[in-house]
Design a protein around this ligand. Structure first.
Ligand code: ADP
Ligand code: MG
Length: 790
């Protein structure tokens, strides 16, 4: 890298014949910088009084005075730059000065003499001369010629537009890439393999430039021209390419707009020129200032194109062309001032080396092949970029072993093969990634899964063992099946029993009741009903009162009383009904027993059937086991039917039982009433008898029992006569009731009839009393019936 400030030279144009030279002095010191002193004479307008002279001193790298020849200028200014460009650095030589100060003459040269050739042809000559001399490198040379006029670029080397005007030349535009590198679109790069070709191209460009220039439109003075020589070099066999370019710039005239003194179109042009140079000046000022971050390169096309030349990767040289005649002295001073600022700019030129990608690929391929060959020699195996299927499987196994190995010192050794090492890393990465994706699941997920898999495997093994065990015991299975069938049959029987359990319980209870009813010892009511008419029943109260015994007279009287008592008819009717109901119940009970026996028999048959089939299953194929037995089905249907009739009969029996119980209750009550009525009647009759025949009562043979009979009547009242009203009219027809009422001895014959019949007394007081009472009662009854003796 070469770090240096822009070299600034000054060249003074020879004065014309009619030009008055200004006062200036040039001090060219060989060892140090040269200095130019310009003395501005006092303007006559200021008057003669003021004799003061103004002196301006400027420092330059070298000052070429009017006599300086083109070759000297080239040798001093351009040659060193050309040498740098040949070495691979970028270089720029630009001429700055007012119009007519010799910029074009210096850069391009005069058209009249060969010796007036300027820097461009001399440089081209020099470069190609040097390229021919240097056989160590391969050089490629291109040239481009750009004219910038009014911020527009034109390609001066386009052969198609040789005879056209400037505006008809191809327009060149600036393109900037992401790295802020400037590219000129449409600027042709013409290859020049030798000096002649290059000079022809220069001539072409200069011709285009000249044709475009008209006397009225002095484009040359108002446009910038940049001739660029592109050199690329590389050493044979090397991939390194050095690219460098040399800008040889003929700038527009630096004269100020004010000085043109013209308006309109010309003024506009002048303004543009100055504007473009103004931007150049701004860039140079910015570059001269320290810590200035922004350089306004983009403000004009010219500064954009010369970006690298100004403050960048370039060795730049400036030639300040000066007209030192009196009229142009101010402009010369201005040019010198500008040059002084440019001289402050530091550039950093670096070698522009690039690696040729095509060459690099070829080189690397060759290297790879050499390494492969070397590796094959060492390993004895042909190495391909892909691993074989076998190698991949081996690697998978190695990785699995490595992961499962709990030893912390375990290693994964795949040998010195980068393909295998890379594969392992990728494999492990993928495993890790899959683990990361399962992050939501518990950390123990994998281990749990493994455990689960193990458990599943163990369970499967266990099942298989069990299956084997089962097959080993196949012989025993038949026996077990027989046992099971027997058990099933028993269970079926049990279920059938259980199904009829509810009805059986009821049935049994009913049967017990019926048996109880039939039993002479336990049932009193039915027995009494049964024997009501045939045997003399002793009512409890009578038995108590009489010590369990009723006197014969009383018994006879009761019998007579009973026969005439209206309630006795009801009792008889009920008795008859009860008899019927009982017979019916008995018949139903017998039928129920029969049905029950039938059902049990059918159940037994089904059980037998089960056993038979179970035996059959052992002896013959088991296919019939699962099929339905039609016989069993028929038996079951029969059982169902029997059960239905059993249920109907059972319900009927249940109703009969309720009816019988009710009838029994009615008869009991009727008997109670009869007894009470008899007692009342008996006591009344006895009382009457005593009143009518006191002697009989007071006699020793006569015992008054009436007071003792009061208690039973109280007892009867407690038993309530009203309860007899429970008998429903249907059960106790109205006619019967009426007859009862009409024939009621109590209601109608409350008062016993006077006894006219003599009663033979026995001497036993009790017996005599009974006889007397009986006789009295009998007489009353007879009287009532109209049969009594009056
Ligand atoms: P510019 O390009 O700066 O406008 P030119 O290079 O066109 O000026 O010069 C104007 C005239 O002066 C041209 O005719 C040119 O030949 C002449 N001239 C300039 N410099 C010199 C020089 N050093 N020696 C001889 N003639 C020169
Ligand atoms: Mg010119």
């Amino acid at each position: 890298m070469v770090k240096e400030t822009i070299r600034v030279y000054a060249r003074v144009k020879p004065l014309g014949r009619r030009q008055q030279a200004g006062i200036y002095s040039v001090d060219n010191d060989e060892k140090s910088l040269s200095s130019l002193e310009i003395i501005v004479p006092r303007d006559l307008a200021d008057g003669f009084v003021n004799n003061k002279q103004e002196s301006y001193k400027f420092k330059f790298q070298k000052i070429f005075d009017q006599e300086a020849k083109q070759d000297v200028v080239f040798d001093n200014i351009a040659k060193p730059v050309a040498e740098c460009v040949l070495a691979g650095y970028n270089g720029t030589i630009f001429a700055y000065g007012q119009t007519g100060s010799g910029k074009t003459f210096t850069i391009t040269g005069g058209a009249e003499r060969y010796s007036d050739r300027g820097i461009i042809p001399r440089t081209l000559s020099y470069i190609f001369d040097q390229l021919q001399k240097d056989g160590s490198k391969v050089y490629t040379t291109h040239v481009s010629y750009l004219e910038i006029y009014n911020e527009c670029g034109y390609d001066l080397l386009d052969p198609r537009h040789e005879a056209s005007r400037l505006k008809d030349l191809p327009k060149v535009t600036i393109m900037e890439d992401p790295d802020q590198n400037i590219h000129l679109k449409n600027l042709s790069l013409q290859q020049a393999t030798n000096e002649e070709e290059a000079l022809n191209l220069l001539f072409l460009g200069d011709t285009n430039r000249m044709i475009a220039e008209t006397p009225m439109n002095q484009a040359s003075s108002r446009s910038h021209c940049i001739f660029t020589i592109h050199i690329s070099s590389k050493e044979p066999g090397s991939a390194t390419i050095r690219r460098s370019k040399l800008h040889l710039v003929d700038l527009a005239g630096s004269e100020r707009v004010a000085k043109t003194g013209v308006g309109g179109h010309i003024l506009t042009e002048a303004k543009y020129i100055n504007l473009s140079l103004h931007h150049l000046e701004q860039v140079i000022i910015a570059l001269a200032e320290k810590n200035r971050s922004h350089i306004p390169y983009r403000n004009s096309m010219m500064t954009s194109v010369l970006r690298d030349s100004l403050g960048g990767n370039c060795m730049t040289t400036m030639i300040a062309t000066l007209s030192v005649d009196r009229r142009n002295i101010d402009e010369s001073i201005s040019t010198c001032r500008f040059a002084q600022r440019v001289a402050l700019i530091k550039n950093e030129a670096v070698l522009n080396e690039e690696i040729d990608p095509t060459l690099m690929i070829i080189k690397l391929k060759k290297e790879i092949q050499e390494l492969k060959d070397e590796l094959m020699l060492v390993t004895g195996k042909q190495r391909t970029s892909e691993l074989s299927q076998e190698e991949l499987l081996q690697l998978d196994e190695l990785i699995e072993t490595f992961i499962e190995d709990n030893d912390p010192d375990s290693t994964l050794d795949v040998g010195a093969d980068m393909r295998k090492i890379k594969y392992c890393f990728i494999h492990l990465k993928l495993m890790n990634d899959s683990k990361m994706t399962d992050k939501n699941l518990p950390l123990q997920h994998n281990s749990e899964e493994k455990d689960t898999n193990k458990e599943v495997g163990e369970e499967e093994l266990k099942k298989l063992k069990e299956l084997l065990q089962q097959r080993d015991n196949e012989i025993n299975v038949l026996v077990n099946m027989l046992k099971r069938e027997k058990k099933r049959a028993q269970e079926a029987l049990f279920q059938l029993n259980a199904a009829s359990a509810g009805s059986t319980v009821l049935e049994q209870s009913l049967c017990v009741n019926l048996e109880e009813s039939q039993s002479p010892a336990s049932s009193s009511s039915l027995k009494e009903a049964k024997d009501f008419s045939s045997s003399v029943h002793r009512p409890p109260f009578l038995s108590r009162q009489t010590g369990g015994k009723m006197s014969l007279g009383c018994q006879e009287a009761f019998e007579v009383f009973k026969q005439d008592h209206a309630d006795s008819i009801t009792i008889e009717d009920n008795k008859e009904l009860l008899k019927q109901r009982y017979a019916e119940a008995k018949c139903l009970g017998e039928k129920l027993n029969k049905v029950r026996n039938t059902i049990n028999h059918l159940k037994g048959e089904i059980t037998q059937r089960h056993i038979q089939r179970a035996v059959l299953a052992i002896s013959s194929p088991s296919e019939e086991l699962n099929t339905l037995d039609p016989v069993e089905e028929q038996l079951r249907t029969q059982i169902e039917e029997e059960k239905k009739s059993y249920k109907t009969m059972f319900n009927r029996l249940k109703g009969l039982k309720v009816e019988i119980e009710h009838l029994q209750l009615l008869m009991e009550k009727a008997k109670m009433k009869l007894q009470k009525d008899f007692e009342v009647w008996w006591s009344e009759e006895a009382q009457k008898l005593q009143q009518e025949k006191p002697e009989m009562v007071s006699s020793s043979n006569t015992v008054t029992v009436y007071p003792q009979l009061r208690k039973p009547s109280q007892h009867l009242s407690i038993n309530s006569f009203s309860e007899t009203t429970r008998v429903s009219p249907s059960e106790d027809p109205a006619g019967k009731n009426n007859s009862i009422i009409s024939s009621n001895p109590i209601s109608k014959t409350r008062t016993p009839a006077s006894s006219s019949t003599s009663i033979p007394l026995t001497g036993d007081s009790q017996a005599d009393a009974d006889i007397l009472a009986f006789m009295k009662a009998r007489q009353n009854i007879l009287q009532k019936k109209g049969l009594g003796n009056k």
